[in-house]
Design a binder for this molecule. Structure first.
Ligand SMILES: [Zn+2]
Ligand SMILES: [Zn+2]
Length: 277
């Protein structure tokens, strides 16, 4: 087994809410000596939350996205291995067929036919806690993790995206205490359920490169819990621009090793492969 290659499998482009084109992302990856790059455009959110146009791919855009990624994979085949994936939202029921892999993610908490976005802004999170959950942040986090527990089943995820995304705007425990038993119980119940799927959890540095969080998703505490359960990991930077590709991977690999992880999953043509962390 060798050390993990330079890669990233959680990557967005202008087909959804990314800032750069597919080709520009490939060039950024090549400049960083990546040998593998996977695109994971946000699936079309057919459940129609209010901000549907803002950050997911349109149905037509999804077709164009697949065609473009496939064409560029061929164009750059001698320099880098390109994968065409999708970041499938828990609430969506669009098909995941035709993609090389699926990132399974919860971005919305559904309650009574309303979809409350947890990663749009602190204001929307605050409003959601008040309007949807009677002002109780732990009621919202409980519902979030109930959905998270079923994310693999619902999306057929190859790996689990940002397990505790609900903490995106919670730096300094702004909305809830992530060591409170109500939060811990909900998160660990979901983790236990997901352990049975055998799918790896990504360690996602997306909120770190944006300066929103000092820790990755999942938090250091939850990574310790995951290691205790013999969970498996995969590194991802949830990049929306070329500069952030592979953000803090060395630092995160070091952290994961300190926690006790020894191996990391990397996507290959034949599925997930083990590498040394
Ligand atoms: Zn996401
Ligand atoms: Zn993403």
């Amino acid at each position: 087994m060798s050390k993990f290659p330079k890669m990233n499998f959680h990557t967005h482009t202008t087909f959804c809410d990314g800032k750069e084109s597919t080709e520009s992302m490939i060039q950024a990856a090549l400049a960083k000596d990546f040998t593998r790059l996977g695109f994971s455009g946000h699936c079309f959110n057919d459940f129609r939350p209010q901000d549907v146009e803002v950050w997911c791919m349109s149905p037509e855009g999804t077709e164009q996205y697949i065609a473009e990624v496939r064409a560029l994979a061929e164009k750059y085949q001698d320099g880098i291995e390109i994968f065409c994936g999708v970041e499938q939202d828990f609430c969506a029921s669009t098909s995941t067929e035709g993609f090389d892999y699926v990132v399974g993610s919860v971005h919305y908490v559904e309650k009574g036919g309303m979809y409350y976005c947890v990663d749009e802004s602190p204001e929307i999170l605050e409003w959601s806690i008040k309007e949807g959950f009677g002002g109780d942040p732990y009621a919202l986090t409980k519902r979030f993790f109930e959905q998270e527990a079923e994310v693999v089943q619902k999306t057929n995820a190859t790996f689990i995206g940002h397990f505790d995304l609900v903490t995106k705007f919670n730096e300094g425990n702004r909305f809830f205490n992530s060591m409170d038993q109500r939060y811990r119980h909900a998160a660990l119940t979901a983790m236990d359920a997901l352990m049975e799927t055998g799918r790896p959890f990504e360690i996602n540095t997306g909120a770190m490169y944006r300066g929103l969080r000092k820790e990755p998703y999942p938090s250091v505490q939850l990574l310790k819990d995951l290691h205790e359960r013999k969970g498996e990991i995969l590194l991802s930077s949830d990049s929306h621009d070329g500069a952030s590709l592979g953000f803090a991977f060395e630092e995160i690999a070091k952290l994961a090793k300190e926690i006790g992880f020894r191996r990391v999953k990397v996507l290959s043509k034949d599925g997930l492969e083990d590498f040394i962390l």
